[in-house]
Design a protein around this ligand. Sequence first.
Ligand code: ADP
Length: 296
Amino acid sequence: MKIQIENLDKIYKNGKRALSDINLEIENGMFGLLGPNGAGKSSLMRILVTLMKPTNGKVNVNGFDLMKDRGEIRKMLGYLPQDFRFFTKLKTWEFLDYAAGLSGIISKKTRSEKVDEWLDKVGLFDVRERSANKLSGGMKRRLGIAQALIGDPKIIVVDEPTTGLDPEERIRFRNILSEISQHDVIIVLSTHIVGDISSICQNLALLNNGNLEFKGSPEELIHKTKGHVWQVNTSGFEYEMLKEKYAIISTIPSEDGWEVQLVGNQLEARDAIEIEPNLEHAYVYFMEYLTNQNGF
Ligand code: ADP
């Protein structure tokens, strides 16, 4: 599977430019779209799932043109929007059966097998008779996942998937996606939470203010942050000064002040030690410093 995005722009009717000249290639596996709120992630996803047209540019999905072959592309798609809601009084299993029907599974028997399989996979088998809109928040999210995946889509688009999930649900959700990503599929996952991406995405794109600021693997992004992350034991005036000048990642009370981790270009502080960056450091560094300059 392959998605090719070329020179994509989105300007809304009110003149707001949400995407500027995005060029991106997405291949099999898990692809993370990372960026703060308002970066343009949902806009890009809504274009990918054919719900919205771009202002300029082209998207090609496995040889199909997104603008001309919408029907073909929709057959390959599974989408879990950010604000997935149920407007029906259907029971949990009925809702999934309906979703399976929409995805083109005609045989009642196959549908029923699929519904049971997915109820089991997302841990909703025991509540299958409960009305879907009476499920808890986490359960609704899981039902959302199941409805997106029941038709065996080749391209799976999930927008801010872990919003409102507790840590256990998050892990469960990641594991379901990880398992599916082993097959011949593309999973595009948008988030502003670095932890959603770090453990499972082979590649990522960083969006900020409608611009594509980075594309590559999490390791490449981390590598670019080497030499820019420090740990400092500090207190009093120096601590205040550091807070002004640098992006603080964490502050832990120590014997005589604070143990602070921070990112920056050049550090002016006593007793600073350089530490190995992780993806969170890289993200903060990138957002704080590099978007104000000429990129990497
Ligand atoms: P993200 O998903 O990263 O939070 P969005 O794609 O939702 O970002 O939004 C990108 C920018 O476009 C934001 O400034 C947002 O306010 C604006 N925007 C989103 N949808 C619309 C719309 N329908 N009309 C006008 N502006 C919009």
